[in-house]
Design a protein around this ligand. Structure first.
Ligand code: IMP
Ligand code: MG
Length: 177
């Protein structure tokens, strides 16, 4: 499939069926790893909503889900940014938390947020990301569950957007040269 979004053309890169296989694989891994536990999914909006929904409905273990937005702001000190969660209304202390991301690019977003999350003292913390761009990674972030490692191309679809559009495609498309 080739689609126009704003001023650019995108072509199919990962099909619906491939995505479904990857999501099934991750759900089975989580079922095994969290048997007898009750993990809390923390879904990082907006991009992760489709991945989180499909993953969550495939799970068999008891699990809870909570949706958060990450907001960055400049701290009082020049030392840098603080990334904080909006909508984190479920207590994290003592929980087995799984952060759900659509894509890890440079890793900056999670690198800044993870320390704040750890301060809340979860029992355990793992990261599930549908996509990882290993060549773009600049921060020390390790995902425990990954759907696909992808090259450093700009992608849309299945939750990912280009300037607000493209999230509704069931497949993942990449920018055409
Ligand atoms: P990071 O902080 O550099 O890891 O960036 C992560 C965020 O950048 C993701 O949650 C996406 O919102 C966005 N992003 C990175 N790569 C892409 C892409 O190829 N398409 C759409 N959004 C992307
Ligand atoms: Mg995101």
């Amino acid at each position: 499939m080739i689609v126009n979004i704003h001023d650019k053309k995108f072509e199919t890169y990962i099909s619906d069926a491939q995505i479904e296989d990857a999501v099934s694989r991750i759900s089975m891994q989580i079922d095994q790893d969290y048997a007898g536990k009750r993990p809390l999914f923390l879904v990082v909006l907006n991009g992760s909503f489709l991945f989180a929904a499909d993953l969550f409905r495939k799970l068999h273990v008891e699990a809870e889900i909570c949706f958060i937005k990450l907001a960055s702001y400049q701290g009082m000190k020049s030392s840098g940014k603080v990334t904080t969660a909006i909508g984190l209304d479920t207590p994290v202390k003592g929980r087995d938390v799984i952060l759900i991301e659509d894509i890890i690019d440079t890793g900056k977003t999670l690198f800044e947020f993870i320390p704040e999350l750890k301060e809340r003292q979860p029992t355990s913390l793992r990261i599930a990301s549908l996509l990882l761009k290993p060549d773009a990674l600049k921060y020390d972030v390790k995902a425990d569950y990954i759907g696909f490692s992808v090259p450093n191309d700009f992608l849309v679809g299945y939750g990912l957007d280009y300037d607000g559009l493209g999230r509704n495609f069931g497949e993942i498309l990449k920018l055409m040269p």
